[in-house]
Design a protein around this ligand. Structure first.
Ligand SMILES: [Zn+2]
Ligand SMILES: [Zn+2]
Length: 306
């Protein structure tokens, strides 16, 4: 059919299509308008995105005003995009190399509990920022939008991590891991010695945190005995405790490994929940946590950490 024969769109139809909910205005559309270019090709992502569509449709059917993460998914944001699942292996190899540059085996053994706690605290601070819908808007959204979207949807679909392979959970961290690696090894120059080894350990504990969180959403029958044991001792976050975080208002127990929950809970009581405070805290920790852990270790065991 020639151009002249094409049916003209019904007046107002185009406007209706591009009209956004007024509450979406502070969220830059550019952050997700090309979401369709990263459509997942794996069955676990497809299933999760279908579940998102069902929840969005259900929310539209009821009169109640939906939460912002539901509105933005209804507006076209892709909650579960494709991720490169071989990248965690590459990052793991880099982190493994960095760990081998530790000054001594004894020093490395000291670093293990220090970074176990250090990363857990970091994960809690980041989680507080990502659970805050205000970080999906304005300037901060250029950094945090996708993370916020996924964390806030995780409250609605708690089994998302447990429904995909563990390597895909590690791949969820690809972008932040790449940025922190460039920051620590490139800009801050931590390529060998104590700080480099702590950087490598931070990455391994980040993947361990993903494992702990995934295990907290895995049915007991599918959790290995050793995982159940570590959960019962609190070395990995126990399921019942993490389930508490999933009940609104989602205001405590943010740490993914779980040991530092009392510290982050206390900090929330002390500082409140201002989005800029937690964003600043996360940025500050991203730049300084390795150096802070190094200083702490050097105070506790002088001479062991040059
Ligand atoms: Zn949360
Ligand atoms: Zn969870």
């Amino acid at each position: 059919m020639g151009k002249g024969g094409e049916a003209k769109p019904e007046p107002g139809a185009l406007k209706r299509r591009i009209e956004r909910h007024p509450r979406l205005e502070p969220i830059p559309k550019v952050l997700y308008e090309d979401a369709a270019t990263n459509v997942p090709s794996t069955p676990y992502y497809d299933a999760l995105n279908r579940r998102v569509d069902e929840i969005v449709a259900k929310a539209r059917a009821v009169a109640k005003e939906p939460e912002i993460h539901i509105l933005v998914a209804g507006d076209g944001a892709l909650v579960y995009p494709n991720r490169i699942v071989w990248l965690p292996w590459v990052m793991g190899a880099v982190a493994g190399y960095l760990c081998t540059t530790a000054p001594s085996l004894r020093a490395f053994l000291w670093m293990l509990p220090a970074m176990y706690l250090g990363y857990d605290f970091y994960s809690g601070v980041l989680h507080v920022a990502l659970d805050d819908p205000k970080n999906m808007q304005g300037v901060k959204s250029y950094i945090l939008f996708q993370g916020c979207l996924e964390f806030q949807w995780h409250h609605a679909i708690p089994y998302d991590g447990a429904s995909k392979p563990f390597i895909a959970c590690c791949a969820d961290l690809n972008i932040i891991v790449l940025i922190l690696m460039v920051l620590n090894c490139g800009l801050l120059g931590y390529t060998s010695g104590t700080r480099a080894a702590l950087t490598g350990l931070k990455l391994f504990f980040a993947y361990f945190g993903q494992y702990c969180h995934r295990a907290a959403h895995t049915p007991k029958s599918k959790r290995p005995q050793w995982v159940q044991f570590l959960q019962s001792t609190g070395f990995m976050t126990p399921q019942a405790k993490h389930n508490g975080h999933h009940r609104p208002p989602h205001d405590e127990n943010f740490c993914l490994i779980g040991k530092m929950d009392p510290a982050v809970n206390g900090l929330i009581k002390l500082c409140g929940t201002n989005d800029w405070v937690w964003f600043g805290l996360w940025l500050g920790l991203s730049c300084c946590d390795v150096a802070l852990v190094h200083r702490g270790l050097a105070c506790v065991a002088p001479g062991l950490f040059p």
